[in-house]
Design a protein around this ligand. Structure first.
Ligand SMILES: Nc1ncnc2c1ncn2[C@@H]1O[C@H](COP(=O)(O)OP(=O)(O)OP(=O)(O)O)[C@@H](O)[C@H]1O
Ligand SMILES: O=C(O)c1ccc[n+]([C@@H]2O[C@H](COP(=O)([O-])O)[C@@H](O)[C@H]2O)c1
Length: 224
């Protein structure tokens, strides 16, 4: 049977989406040979403070950010669900939709990966998807810095030389790193700039900035 091209799965709070997210997904698609990247804005993340902006706006911001990129696809299911967002149920849904043979690759920044062992049903992730970790500016997924339970999984599942061919060879279960252009931008920094009335130009795509301005998002006085 011919190998299926791996499909990227990229979840985030995206409060708001910024160039770090976009370069992560674009560089992952190139480096890992992904057929496409499915962007999944979280509706109600339970693992962090409530997002500053509601799910419908964050969904629209991602839609604007990825418009015109033929490899990027928006998946609104988490954002449109009233339920808390967890990654394992989302991967189960994708597995059900795409079948057992389709390689799925969960894309994570190194900071998100370092916290993986605290996620809901986290060990089940490896039965559902591969995990690809982008080196985030100032952070690298060195096995020695990972918590013990994750380090064991990491060492058992790591692909030698981070060879992306391993992703197409199985539907799930491997872990690899990939280099991305170091971009130290974070959504926290962007929210702070916008709350202070300062420019976030070039940290976000212009249509995203235009939408934020039109809807008066991230101003100091709106939201919690
Ligand atoms: N600049 C960046 N470089 C590499 N990965 C990033 C970058 N920004 C975010 N990511 C990754 O993108 C995913 C979604 O991140 P998230 O939406 O929480 O953005 P964030 O900028 O980290 O937000 P916040 O500052 O609100 O925590 C995570 O896997 C995170 O590690
Ligand atoms: O499933 C979990 O328990 C879980 C815990 C932490 C983070 N996640 C997912 O990881 C992605 C990135 O999270 P964040 O907080 O960096 O935006 C996003 O899709 C979250 O839903 C998922």
């Amino acid at each position: 049977m011919p190998e299926l091209s791996p499909l990227g799965v990229f979840g985030g709070t995206f409060d708001p989406v910024h160039v770090g997210h976009l370069r992560l997904a674009e560089e992952a698609a190139d480096a890992l040979g992904l057929a496409c990247v499915r962007w999944i804005p979280a509706g109600q993340p339970r693992h962090r403070e409530a997002p500053r902006v509601d799910a419908a706006h964050r969904l629209r911001l991602v839609e604007l950010a990825i418009a015109g990129n033929p490899r990027f696809v928006l998946d609104p299911a988490e954002a449109e669900s009233g339920e808390a967002s967890y990654t394992v149920p989302t991967l189960e849904r994708l597995r059900g939709e795409l079948g057992p043979a389709q390689p799925l690759v969960l894309l994570l920044g190194a900071d998100a990966y370092a916290g993986l062992a605290g996620w809901h049903r986290w060990r089940e992730i490896f039965a559902l998807a591969h995990v690809a970790v982008a080196h985030r500016a100032g952070l690298a997924a060195h096995a020695s810095t990972l918590p013990a339970a994750l380090r064991d999984e990491h060492l058992a599942r790591s692909v030698p030389g981070d060879d992306p061919a391993a992703l197409a060879a199985a539907p799930a279960g491997r872990v690899l790193g990939f280099a991305m252009t170091p971009l130290a931008v974070s959504a926290t920094q962007v929210r702070e700039l916008l709350a202070q009335g300062r420019s976030a130009r070039y940290l976000l795509p212009q249509p995203v900035i235009d939408y934020i301005e039109l809807h008066h998002l991230y101003r100091r006085h709106d939201g919690p």
